[in-house]
Design a protein around this ligand. Structure first.
Ligand code: SF4
Length: 448
């Protein structure tokens, strides 16, 4: 291989999405930015187009914000659906304009997150192909990892479609196609050799996600984490503190914990991290949209969450039905859950600042169970959040129940969208779901 000495240019694209409802709950293309950091360490010049722009004027103090949006026509697989699809993020024309304003990249990396967002990824791919036909294109992210065959067909004009555990293939591809030597070749899930994600490309990011671990010891029937990250990999606590200091020097004080299993083996992981963050002479604001596991929350953890800068805490309960709990994950029971709530309140969290996820729309779940969970949580004074079940390929529930879905979820990822309520049945209809959402709104009116 002849190695070229000129600096190679890589463009990262987070595409716009098509969905029925979407809101930025601290969303960020973290994996893409990690790969950008690795390429930068290999002397690439990196640029970013994040199409998922939000309405800045409506951004909340904590960093959440609505995406820019526009109604679009439903494509053919969704013609049967009455709900109208929207594009969230900048338009295709705006993407085209931004592409035309930059130099030709040597390689363009397009991420793809939810399986049912692939149309936005395909749009982005087709658009870059028209502007930069000679640039190499790579598609990665959760969608190709979970739906590789589908992605290989839909993204057939890409030069490489890569799954999350195939970063070695990606390095080889760059060497072969760009005549470069990729000297720094960390495993993406190795952490210690992986540079910080290139969030500086946003200028002054409103928040930065923190990822301190991959994987989970549980095997919940609806969750894709065990498939995506089969083994548990964790960072050294000191490296998490160093990263927070790094971003704080660049003006960031909001951090969003993206971990799935932060509190497991807390003595060696969460406790030193939370202590270290609390000891910093900084005022941090930390949020955790991915729930903490209530089974691991005790007095010490509760106090440290507050000490380190958590403004609110989100935890998972999923259901108060002991049978469903046992069948789906067996993570927690009522006794353990109430103990966790008591610890958090005793530590100083307002009960209404404790958000609790409950699942709605599981296969053959009855709506009354969700109402019971809302009542139970409101009686405790905490804030329930309805999490609509998403059928995700390579999960146990998906495999066991896909034939009972009212849409062909195994053949067409667009139907995996939870906004379509794929497992609606006579015991839990769309009207029941609307009723529950309204019921919850009424119940928590007094909280604010
Ligand atoms: S839902 Fe949470 S506890 Fe269950 S497997 Fe997924 S990450 Fe682990």
């Amino acid at each position: 291989m002849r190695v070229s000495r000129e600096t190679k240019k890589a463009l990262l694209i987070n595409p716009y999405i098509y969905d029925f409802a979407a809101y930025s709950f601290w969303s960020a293309p973290l994996g893409l930015l990690y790969v950008g950091g690795i390429l930068r360490k290999n002397n690439f010049q990196i640029s970013l187009i994040d199409c998922l722009e939000v309405v800045e004027g409506k951004r909340k103090d904590d960093g959440r914000a609505p995406f820019i949006k526009e109604k679009v026509k439903n494509p053919s697989p969704l013609k049967v659906i009455k709900k109208r699809l929207k594009r969230y993020g900048i338009s295709k024309e705006e993407l085209l304009r931004r592409l035309e304003a930059i130099y030709e990249p040597d390689v363009i990396l397009i991420t793809s997150i939810m399986t049912y967002w692939y149309m936005g990824t395909r749009d982005a791919l087709e658009t870059v192909k028209t502007v930069f036909p000679k640039s190499k294109t790579v598609i990665g992210g959760i969608y190709p990892t979970l739906c590789y065959e589908h992605a290989s067909v839909q993204m057939a004009c890409a030069d490489l479609v890569v799954r999350n555990n195939e970063i070695g293939l990606f390095y080889d591809f760059l060497e072969e196609n760009l005549s470069v030597k990729i000297k720094h070749r960390p495993q993406l899930y190795g952490f210690e050799d992986v540079p910080y994600p290139c969030f500086d490309l946003y200028g002054s990011p409103y928040f930065v996600p923190l990822l301190t671990s991959y994987g989970c010891i549980y095997r919940c029937a609806y969750c894709t984490t065990p498939f995506m990250y089969p083994t548990i990999v964790r960072r050294k606590p000191a490296s998490v503190i160093d990263e927070v200091l790094y971003w704080h020097r660049l003006g960031v004080n909001r951090f969003v914990l993206y971990d799935d299993n932060f509190l497991y083996d807390k003595k060696n992981h969460a406790i030193p991290i939370l202590k270290g963050l609390g000891d910093l002479p900084l005022k941090l604001n930390i949020y955790n949209p991915n729930a903490l596991n209530a089974a691991f929350i005790d007095e010490e953890i509760s106090e440290l969450l507050l000490y380190s800068g958590f403004k609110e805490v989100r935890i998972g309960l999923e259901t108060i039905d002991p049978d469903i709990q046992r069948q789906t994950g067996n993570k927690i029971d009522k006794k353990g859950f109430e103990k966790a709530i008591r610890s958090l309140v005793n530590a100083g969290f307002e009960a209404s600042a404790i958000g609790v996820y409950i699942l709605a729309g599981l296969p053959f779940q009855n709506w009354k169970g969700v109402k019971d969970a809302i009542d139970y949580l409101c009686d405790l004074g905490v804030r329930p959040h309805i999490a609509e079940y998403t059928p995700i390929p390579h999960t146990r529930l998906f495999d066991e129940y896909k034939v009972f879905a009212r849409y062909p979820i195994a053949d067409e990822p667009l139907f995996q969208n939870n906004a379509l309520f794929p497992f609606s049945w006579e015991g839990f209809t769309e009207d029941d779901l609307l009723f529950l959402k309204q019921y919850l709104r009424e119940k928590i009116k007094t909280y604010d």
